[in-house]
Write a protein that binds this ligand. Structure first.
Ligand code: ATP
Ligand code: MG
Length: 139
């Protein structure tokens, strides 16, 4: 049921700032079921592959440096209409513009270090989950 799955990462700055537990609690409180989860880190090369869709953007090098700068939590989440529900729940890309009470408003630092990632389509949710997990971990 691909429409019920999304993929998230808690980004290095939120980890460094000690927000891992609060963010996981908030995710669960929002009705998202954790189907697979790991604390890991990306190499620069892996971050470049993960964010390849942004390779022409001016922030690509900084973003991939940042995403490989420290530990992250990667997780597969399940909820009805998960991709859109989670994007609504985390708020706008820029924490300064994110709605009050959203994860990015609460725990984001700036537009790059915006606390968490959330998939933007069902197809990408499957690809991104597959980047970190074996399908048996979340199906
Ligand atoms: P994500 O894909 O992480 O869930 P998003 O879909 O809201 O976030 P995208 O446009 O896909 O936003 O950008 C991917 C990531 O690139 C953002 O989460 C942020 O970390 C970084 N980013 C986006 N825009 C900028 C920018 N103008 N300057 C610096 N970093 C940016
Ligand atoms: Mg995106």
């Amino acid at each position: 049921m691909s429409g019920n799955i999304t993929f998230t990462m808690i980004k290095p700055k939120a980890m460094e700032n000690g927000h891992m537990g609060d963010i996981l609690a908030k995710i669960i409180e929002g009705g998202f079921k954790v189907k697979a989860m790991k604390l890991t880190r990306l190499t620069k090369e892996e971050a470049k592959v993960f964010y390849a869709v942004h390779k022409e953007r001016p922030f690509y090098d900084g973003l991939t440096d940042f995403m490989s700068s420290g530990p992250i939590v990667a997780a597969v989440l399940e909820k009805e209409n998960a991709v859109q529900a989670y994007r609504d729940y985390i708020g706008a890309t820029n924490p300064a513009e994110a709605a009050e009470g959203t994860i990015r408003a609460l725990y984001g630092t700036n537009i790059e270090a915006n606390a968490v990632h959330g998939s933007d389509s069902d197809e990408n949710a499957q690809i991104e989950a597959g980047f970190f997990f074996s399908k048996r971990d979340w199906v």
